[in-house]
Write a protein that binds this ligand. Structure first.
Ligand code: NAP
Length: 301
């Protein structure tokens, strides 16, 4: 087994904090370590595990014999899992046009080290509970930077999106296990280790449901707020027209406009949604753009 491991180790470049540490160490593929380092590891390594096959370069965990024994002791004592299995969606090729399919989006399983001793400072390990699937994500899969949206997703890396999760280990004094957090750049995955810089702590005592953090307090709500407050900024009694009125953004935009004292008209694609707009979302009027022939008249109603 050592011989096999040594052969694999030759292809690794070491990011070894302390070569005498008995803890698992992360190594990234790329440059070759010197013969002395290979020899050192080939005598000590028990097993090598690929943690992130291509993210952006493969990362491997090396278990020393001492660490293997520690893990066995921990398992016997029933201590918490240090690694978790996570399934993540990755973009395997860009999609300039059309509908994304399983040819472009793949699911893969990785093991992630979530033990508190192996995550970096100012990072936390998170179990991701909910993610938000928003239209802007599609624009990040085209492979074409258009200057309008966020950067394109990187190929063979997990998609990233707004989400809510629970902290399962922490290297940041501001967060502890069990804390609920939202974050705009969670991977579309079960688990992750992530920097705490963009985390927002959720206090369940506020009485806001976790899903509301992804809708009215998430990207759709933020988009509606920017459109209505920052860009449009309508004044009381002005007329506001909202297309895609029953969509995630439209339904919040209309309510923000109503709060500003505006008269709000929406358009949507079915009669059922027209009724919804008027009866539930608080629109003053609405019409079905697929049936309407005179848009000027509809807006003047
Ligand atoms: N959601 C976000 O977080 C977010 C963020 C930034 C930007 N945006 C942008 O905001 C817009 C709305 O997003 P959304 O999240 O509200 O979308 P959504 O919930 O998916 O709703 C989109 C709605 O647009 C309507 N629609 C489709 N084709 C149409 C057409 N040809 N003409 C008029 N309406 C059409 C459809 O409803 P009908 O039945 O009424 O046709 C559809 O339900 C999109 O352009 C999106 O890229 C959204």
């Amino acid at each position: 087994m050592y011989r096999g491991q040594a052969a694999r180790l030759e292809t690794l470049a070491f990011r070894v904090a302390s070569p005498t540490s008995s803890w698992p160490l992360l190594c990234a593929a790329g440059a070759k370590p010197g013969p002395a380092v290979i020899d050192w590891w080939s005598r000590r390594a028990r097993s090598v595990e690929c943690v992130t096959p291509a993210n952006p370069v493969p990362c491997f965990k090396i278990y020393t014999r001492e660490r293997e024994r520690e893990r066995e002791r921990e398992r016997e004592m029933g201590s918490e899992e240090e690694t978790v299995e996570s399934r993540e969606w990755v973009l395997s090729s860009y999609i300039p046009q059309g509908v994304p399919t399983s040819d472009h989006l793949k699911i893969r399983t990785v093991r992630i080290d979530v033990g508190v001793d192996s995550i970096p400072d100012s990072h936390v390990a998170v179990q991701i509970l909910f993610i938000s699937v928003d239209p802007y994500l599609r624009a990040m899969m085209t492979g074409q930077e258009d200057g309008l949206y966020l950067n394109q997703f990187q190929l063979n890396q997990a998609l990233r999106t707004f989400g809510v999760g629970r902290i399962i280990s922490s290297k940041d004094a501001n967060y502890k296990n069990g804390d609920l957090v939202s974050n705009p750049f969670f991977p579309v995955a079960n688990y992750c280790v992530i920097g705490s810089v963009f985390l927002h702590k959720i206090d369940i005592k506020d009485g806001i449901s976790l899903l509301d953090y992804l809708s009215v307090l998430g990207v759709p709500g933020f988009t509606a707020w920017v459109g209505m407050q920052v860009v449009g900024d309508p004044k009381p009694e002005e007329n506001v027209f909202i297309s895609a009125a029953a969509g995630a953004v439209g339904m919040f935009a209309s309510q923000l406009a109503k709060l500003k004292g505006c008269r709000v008209v929406g358009s949507t694609g079915t009669d059922e949604k027209v009724k919804l707009l008027k009866d539930e979302f608080g629109y003053d009027d609405a019409f079905n753009y697929k049936k309407e022939t005179d848009f000027d008249a509809a807006l003047k109603k």
